[in-house]
Design a binder for this molecule. Sequence first.
Ligand code: XMP
Length: 319
Amino acid sequence: DWTMGAYRAEAVARIREQVGDAKVICGLSGGVDSSVAAVLIHEAIGDQLTCVFVDHGLLRLGEAEEVVTMFRDHYNIPLIHADESERFLSALEGISDPETKRKTIGRLFIDVFQHYADGIEGAAFLAQGTLYPDVIESVSFSGGPSVTIKSHHNVGGLPEKMGLKLVEPLRELFKDEVRALGRELGLPPSFIGRHPFPGPGLAIRCPGEITREKLEILRRADAVFIDQIRKHGLYDEIWQAFVAILPVRTVGVMGDGRTYDFACALRAVTSVDGMTADYYPFSHEFLSETATRLVGEVRGINRVTYDITSKPPGTIEWE
Ligand code: XMP
C-alpha cells in the first residue's frame, strides 16, 4: 500500500524528531492499537523503546505467551512481562459488584505499570495507541452532561503523574488505517483482524465473584467457541464473540451420573463501532454443535445458552 508506506516513513521521521535520544515506555495490551504503535516506534528509535506488558491474569488461553513471543522473540523489542496475576486475583477476591471490579483492576493496573516504568531509567516519554476517534470523543464530551455506563480501563492521568511526555503516533488514524499500517509493518493478518478485547479482560465476563476455577473454565470455553467460529469461516463477519460464565450451577446428566456444573452464555455480535450491536444469527446446527463440544470438552460446564440481546438495551460485555 503506497499511502501507508509513505505514512510509515513520515511517522518514523516525526517520532525521531520528537524523541531525540530519550527513552520511551510503551504499555502493551496485546490489542492492535498498542501493538502497531510499539512496532512503529521501535522502527523509529530501536532499543530506546521498552514495552511493559501487564499480565493481570484475566487474559485468554495462551494470550500472554503470544504477546511475549511476538514482541520479544519476533520483533526483538525489549519487553518487560509483568506477571502480576496473583496480585490482581487476590485483590479481586470477594468482589462481585461490576464497577468495584473495574475500579479495582484499573487502580492496580496503574500502580503496577508505574512500578515497572519507574524501573526504566531515564525514560522521558510514554507511548500510547490513541486513535483519532479517541481524540474527538474526549473533546466533544468535555463540559457536556455525561452518563457513565461503565468506567473504562485505561491509563488516563498517568503521564502527568509520572512526569512523562506523550508519544501518540496513531493520533490521526482511524481503526481501519491502523490495521493497514499494521499490515504495512508486517504484523500477521490474523493478529490485525482480531476481535476487540476489553482492558479488564475476563473479569467482566464472569458476573459475580471471580475465582481461579471460573477463569480456567472461561478460558477453555472461549477457546472452543472461537475455534468453532473459525472452523465455520464466520470470524471476520463477527465484531466480537466470547463466552460468559454464569454465577449459577445447574444439574445435568453425563453417562450414568448426575453433574452439578456451571451454565455459560455465548455472546456474538455484529457492530460497526461497538456503540450499537446486534446478536449474530448463528444457524441452529452451529449452535447445537457448539453446545455439544462445550459440554463434552470443557470440564465444569454442563449447560449452554445463547445471548440474543441487542445493544441497546444490552451491552456487548456482561458487565
Ligand atoms: P460494551 O460492553 O460497553 O462494550 O457494550 C463496547 C466495546 O468496548 C469494549 N470494552 C472495553 N474496552 N476497556 C476497553 O479497552 C474497557 O474497560 C472496556 N469495556 C468494554 C467491549 O469489549 C466492546 O468491544
